[in-house]
Design a protein around this ligand. Structure first.
Ligand SMILES: *Cc1c(COP(=O)(O)O)cnc(C)c1O
Length: 353
């Protein structure tokens, strides 16, 4: 019997761990351990100086009963890039994938064959675990991979979100850490998210940090805009300027949209264009995407005293088509043309490996 929980509140009873030291490098292979409390020195460097990077990826039960992680190689690569930016050791992709296999192999029985809406969310994290307050990159690090069962993001009709364009805060700066998944980026974003909630909106929309004009992201998700309707519709997303997080879902949807015959563009869109083109009907849909919530329609935007609806404010057809295409791929109903699914052998649940 699988129970549903809030996102990231309850964890599976296992995790994976591996250490790195400056003297010995990675300490062998990832180890599967019971999930539990860890003891650390109050001087743990990561707590003080923020050398903490993480990833978020998912594994799904496919229609044929097998379990597969979605694009773990892309997440492994980004995890290395994040570590490099924070002067941390890079976990080799092979060890990252080994950790994913070990974790999913043990967690597979948590995903019942008869409920494809459940998935396993995997959270790898790497942090400076050296007990030392010297102001330099730490000489000891700990890698952990934990996870939990998630569902409920898969309702047939996702609820559109309302968003507040923030004029007070920037998420990232040129030359900063906006294009990697480091913990500090999220701490820096919470206050803007709270301001959006106080204004009655679900999410914050980030503008570029220099001109405060170009749309970058929504909360912790990438944004897409649809121009026009039907097969001639254009699917547009902001280019990776260095202050956006290069989402794996973003990359996946760019490919899926092109495959489905849409014109795909990576192009800057200003907040003024977003408003005026939504009002004139040139922009027909807007959606956000990320591993956790897949594809989320944006129904309404607020910018100061300006408010506008996107389309009718309901999930649009291109949004839903791409969302379904992504779910079909995850759940093995569509052909995996790009080798994005990594099959994980599950110990003892009777599913074909
Ligand atoms: C993780 C993240 C995304 C989405 O990335 P995915 O790889 O698609 O999950 C987008 N924006 C930010 C700021 C993120 O942290």
């Amino acid at each position: 019997m699988t129970t549903r929980h809030g996102f990231g509140e309850r964890f599976t009873d296992h995790m994976v761990m591996l250490e790195w030291t400056a003297d010995h490098g990675w300490a062998g292979r990832p180890r599967l351990l019971p999930f539990g409390t860890l003891a650390f020195s109050p001087a743990t460097a990561g707590l003080h100086y923020g050398q903490v990077v993480f990833e978020g990826l998912k594994a799904h039960r496919r229609q044929d009963g097998t379990l597969a992680a979605f694009r773990p190689d892309a997440h492994a690569r980004r995890f290395r890039q994040s570590a490099r930016r924070l002067a941390m050791p890079e976990l080799p992709d092979k060890l990252f994938l080994e950790a994913v296999d070990a974790f999913v192999g043990r967690g597979g029985e948590l995903l019942p064959v008869d409920d494809p809406t459940l998935s396993l969310y995997l959270r790898p994290v790497l942090f400076a675990s050296e007990p030392c307050l010297a102001l330099r990159p730490a000489r000891e690090y700990t890698f952990l991979l934990m996870g939990f069962v998630t569902g409920g993001f898969f309702s047939d009709q996702p609820d559109p979100v309302s968003v507040l364009v923030t004029r007070d805060f920037s998420r990232a700066a040129p030359g900063g850490t906006g294009q990697v998944k480091c913990a500090g980026n999220y701490a820096g974003a919470f206050l803007a998210q709270r301001a959006a909630a106080d204004a009655g909106c679900h999410q914050v929309v980030w503008l570029d940090p220099v001109e405060h004009r170009w749309i970058e992201e929504m909360g912790g998700m990438n944004l897409f805009f649809v121009r026009g309707t039907g097969p001639a519709a254009e699917v547009v997303t902001p280019p990776l300027t260095g202050t956006l997080l290069p989402g794996v879902t973003r990359d996946t949807l760019l490919t899926l949209a092109a495959q489905r015959g849409f014109t795909v563009r990576e192009e800057r869109i200003s907040v003024d264009q977003w408003r005026s083109h939504s009002e004139s009907g040139v922009i027909t849909e807007t959606f956000a995407c990320g591993t956790a919530a897949l594809v989320t329609p944006v129904g309404e935007a607020h910018d100061g005293d300006d408010r506008w609806l996107i389309g009718s404010g309901k999930p649009g057809p291109v949004t839903m088509e791409l969302r379904d295409a992504l779910c079909d791929l995850h759940q093995g109903r569509a052909v995996d043309r790009h080798g994005w699914l990594r099959a994980c052998a599950v110990a003892g649940d009777g599913a074909p490996a």
